[in-house]
Design a protein around this ligand. Sequence first.
Ligand code: SF4
Length: 343
Amino acid sequence: MQLLLDLHPDQYPLEGFRRKQLLEWVFVQGVGGFEAMTNLPGPVRADLSAKFRLNPFREIETVRSSDGSAKYLFTLLDGRQMEAVYMPYLDRKTVCVSTMVGCPARCAFCATGAMGFGRNLTPGEIVGQVLAVAGGEGISPREIRNLVFMGMGEAMLNYEHTMVAARILLHPQALGMSKRRITLSTVGIAKGIRRLAEEDDLGIKLAISLHAPDEETRQKIIPTGAANSIEEIMAAARDYQDVTGRRVTMEYTMLRGINDHLWQAELLAERLRGLVSHVNLIPMNPWEGSGFESSTEGQIQAFYDALQDRGVDVSVRRSRGKDAGAACGQLALKRPAGLAAAL
Ligand code: SF4
């Protein structure tokens, strides 16, 4: 049976006023089934139920953190599992969604990378995470104003489905999000970065998980990163900026004794010269068996100062949901019957 959320809103099965009603039920009211759509005639609801499925998940488990964030573990219809994180910042409710089950990028510090690749998520399975999180939080899906494609998976390697999902998120009759409030994170797929620059109607923001300014360190951290050298990634980032005029965010996970040396801060500043960018330093969220530790507060501060002294726009992102296993993949990895078993 087809998943309704896999369709772009303009392709929804009803016409005119009825389509508008259907869209309101799904994206404003956030109902989980066609039967609840009481202003649609009974035969229309029965027809929709016979042809489409609304909920992409078999099961949803929530783990709440003391800081107010929540991790959602979804069991898909095929039994595979993936996650999303809800972060209720004061002025903006944010959801971090997955684009894949597992991930082929295999970043050494990442729990998802340790699982390997399961499969790509469909557009409906990506958008469905937002609807399910809203349902779990007791809010309208429209109240979620910020979205990051930073959960499990490398979005650029599930490009088509991620773009359809982004168009659904932006569609005024669906979630109606602002393009300035959606960020796509990539480990640095140069071809994907250039492709994204050409998506004129989207205008979503780009974040590059650079994590190291030198090839040797980067290839230790991201073994698959060799496919795109740092030079190639930086060239793609510059092309992206030339086409879109948008600032690029550089994500930099702080790993003790690996990528937090001052010479690396200097090299990073050099790499970024001429690019309008913002560097996010992210203390690593440690997980059992990773073999990595987060840099100390002192090292992070020194790295921050070295970048700032060289004119780099930089901030430190504080991880949320540490007690809920919020680093991507941590929750699924803990469950033997979960993702690892489904791969
Ligand atoms: S950090 Fe992101 S890109 Fe790297 S393995 Fe984890 S999910 Fe994949």
